[in-house]
Design a protein around this ligand. Sequence first.
Ligand SMILES: Nc1ncnc2c1ncn2[C@@H]1O[C@H](COP(=O)(O)OP(=O)(O)OP(=O)(O)O)[C@@H](O)[C@H]1O
Ligand SMILES: [Mg+2]
Length: 240
Amino acid sequence: MLIFENVTKIYDGNVILDNVNLKIDGGEFVTIIGPSGAGKSTLLHALIGATKINGGGIYVDGYPIHNFTSVALQSYRRNLGLVFQDFKLLPKKTVFENVAYAMEACDYPEEEIQKRVPEVLDMVGMTDHLSKFPAQLSGGEKQRTAIARALVHSPKLVIADEPTGNLDPEAAKEIIELLLKLNAVGITVILATHNKELVNMIQKRVVLLKKGQVISDREKSGYNFNLGFNEELEILEIQS
Ligand SMILES: Nc1ncnc2c1ncn2[C@@H]1O[C@H](COP(=O)(O)OP(=O)(O)OP(=O)(O)O)[C@@H](O)[C@H]1O
Ligand SMILES: [Mg+2]
């Protein structure tokens, strides 16, 4: 279980996260929405220990992330799968090498790398593109490669910050389907997005952040975003 307890973050005297309280169970798929500047990325950065919070606590299975030393953070992050808008692939490495590199950097034995890399590339449907360089891939293929890389350590938690921000609607849909597939095999997924069509498609829990505060937190089961989420819809439309 993941707990944000009265989490506060201040940048330059501005309150960016304002007493955020959230509980996320293992196996959930949680989408965090909200206007630009609401604090979505800051919340995710705090969760991966990339930014220090000014108050409150973040507990993962009871462990206080906010108090972790850099060594503890390093091993904690090994258990996370991180996915970003801009893919962060190495341009001079092939698809295979980009994924392998994540394991090499953690000193996995070569034998394990040769076994695991094709497995994760198969999971994301990239088996036909192993020898291509990032410049030879579509946006969706780049993101699928990045997701494969995020999966090499068999993470229990995948954190995706606007993973579809650079993709066309069809590719974006495929990436969300892939995240749903990962969730279906038990991986907890936390997704930050602006995209209301995608939120409609996901049909899972939605947390709305606005000015650093949790404005609503709802299970979505079988009804349309447009019918039940008027306030959220309005906010997204104003901002997009
Ligand atoms: N390193 C920083 N130093 C100062 N202010 C920051 C820093 N990082 C973020 N902020 C501020 O914190 C606020 C929240 O930013 P954040 O990136 O979390 O928003 P967001 O909800 O992810 O927005 P977007 O949808 O545009 O990605 C913004 O006002 C931003 O300017
Ligand atoms: Mg952001």
